[in-house]
Design a protein around this ligand. Structure first.
Ligand SMILES: [Mn+2]
Length: 359
C-alpha cells in the first residue's frame, strides 16, 4: 500500500507540501488541475509544473483526482465525442509525466452531497453530515448556495458556481436518462477511453457515488457491489477499475466493505483506496467521523485486514477528516485529522503484518 494525501495546490489549499511530507510513511500527493474547465484538455505545461512542484518537496505525483467527465458524456449527447477526444488527450498528456491512476466519477450534475459542512460533535470538533430528508426536500439551487456560503472560503470541487448556474436546464436534460441509460453512456465512454488508458499505462478508477443512492430524482449507478461488477465488465480490462471509497459505499449498511475489498481486490480492479469511517444513524442519515473504528460504524481493522490479505500494492489515502484544534481548512480536508487518520491506518497495517509474522 502506498500512502498518499489529497492536495489542492499551493494557491488553493491551506496545507503545505512540507507539512504533508512530515506525516510518517507519506509517499505522494493526489492532485488535480482545478483551473481547467471540465471537458477541456489538460495542458502539458500545467501538469509539468504541478509534477515538479510536488517532486521538489520530496513527494510523488502519480494519482490524479479527478479528471472530471463532462456532463454531455453522462447525458449521451452528440457533443460527447468532442469531450471524449479531449479526455483521451488529457490522458496522453498525464502519461508523459508518470501519472499511473486517474480517479473520476460518473455522478449526474452533483458531485458529493452533504446537508451540513460543519456539524458540531460533542467534543467540539466538527464534521460533514448528511440528513436525507433535508437534502431531498431542499431546492437544489438553494443547496448550491449553502455549500458555497459554508465552505470556509474555498471553492468546492464539483460545486463550482459556474457549473451550477445551468442547474435548471441540466435537470431538464436528465429527464430522459434513467439508470439503464446512464450505464449505457458510461459503457460508451469506457469503450473509447480504456484502450487509450492501456496505451498510456494509466489505470482508470471510478469513484462511487456519494451518497450511494439517488438524490433529487437523478439516476446514480456507482452504488453497490452488483453495479460495480457491471461497471468493470463494461470493458473487461485491468485498466477499467475502481476507487474503493469505504466512506461513500459504507453509507449504505448493505455494502459489506471488507468483502468488497477482497472481491474486487482479488480481481485486480482496485487501483485506489479511499479509507475513512462514518457514523450511520437511523434511516439514510450519517455523520463523518474520525478514522478510528469505535468512533464510527465501519470496522476499520477488518477493512485494513482485507487490503492486507489481498496484498494490496496500490495507492491509498486517508479520506475526509474532522475539523479539529481550531483549524480552518476545506471542509473534510484539514491537515490534523487526516494526519491522525493516516497514522492510525499505518498502525493497523503494521500490526496486521506483524501478526502474520512479517518483519
Ligand atoms: Mn472518497
Amino acid at each position: 500500500m502506498k500512502m498518499t494525501f489529497r492536495w489542492y495546490g499551493s494557491d488553493k489549499d491551506s496545507i503545505t507540501l512540507n507539512q504533508i511530507r512530515q506525516i510518517p510513511a507519506m509517499t505522494g500527493i493526489v492532485g488535480s488541475l482545478f483551473d481547467v474547465p471540465v471537458g477541456e484538455v489538460w495542458p502539458t505545461q500545467k501538469i509539468k509544473a504541478l509534477k515538479e512542484e510536488v517532486a521538489r518537496s520530496g513527494l510523488e505525483l502519480e494519482v490524479i483526482e479527478s479528471v472530471n467527465v463532462h456532463e454531455d458524456i453522462k447525458l449521451g449527447l452528440p457533443t460527447r465525442d468532442k469531450y471524449i477526444e479531449n479526455y483521451k488527450e488529457t490522458l496522453r498528456n498525464l502519461a508523459k509525466f508518470g501519472i499511473k491512476v486517474v480517479c473520476y466519477n460518473f455522478m449526474p450534475v452533483f458531485d458529493w452531497t452533504r446537508s451540513d459542512l460543519a456539524k458540531e460533535l460533542p467534543d467540539g470538533s466538527n464534521v460533514l453530515s448528511y440528513e436525507d430528508e433535508k437534502v431531498q426536500n431542499i431546492d437544489p439551487n438553494k443547496m448550491a448556495e449553502e455549500m458555497e456560503n459554508n465552505s470556509n472560503g474555498f471553492e468546492l470541487p464539483g460545486w463550482e458556481a459556474e457549473r451550477l448556474k445551468e442547474l435548471k436546464s441540466l435537470f431538464e436534460q436528465y429527464k430522459g436518462v434513467d439508470e439503464e441509460k446512464l450505464f449505457e453512456n458510461l459503457g460508451y465512454f469506457l469503450n473509447e477511453i480504456i484502450p487509450v488508458a492501456e496505451e498510456c499505462d494509466i489505470k482508470m478508477a471510478i469513484h462511487p457515488d456519494d451518497p450511494p443512492w439517488s438524490i433529487f430524482g437523478l439516476p446514480r449507478i456507482t452504488t453497490c457491489k452488483d453495479n460495480l461488477e457491471r461497471i468493470i465488465n463494461l470493458v473487461d480490462s485491468p485498466y477499467n477499475g475502481l476507487t474503493l471509497c469505504s466512506g461513500c459505499l459504507g453509507a449504505n449498511p448493505e455494502n459489506d466493505i471488507p468483502e468488497m475489498v477482497r472481491y474486487f481486490g482479488k480481481k485486480g480492479r482496485i487501483h485506489f483506496a479511499h479509507i475513512r469511517n462514518i457514523k450511520i444513524h437511523e434511516g439514510r442519515n450519517f455523520d463523518e467521523a474520525s478514522h478510528l473504528t469505535s468512533d464510527g460504524s465501519l470496522d476499520m481493522f477488518e477493512i485494513m485486514k482485507a487490503y492486507h490479505d489481498i496484498d494490496f500494492k496500490g495507492y491509498a489515502r486517508p479520506d475526509h477528516g474532522r475539523m479539529i484544534w481550531g483549524e480552518s481548512a476545506r471542509p473534510g480536508y484539514g491537515l490534523y485529522d487526516r494526519a491522525l487518520g493516516t497514522t492510525y491506518l499505518n498502525g493497523l497495517w503494521e500490526a496486521i503484518g506483524r501478526m502474520k509474522g512479517e518483519k
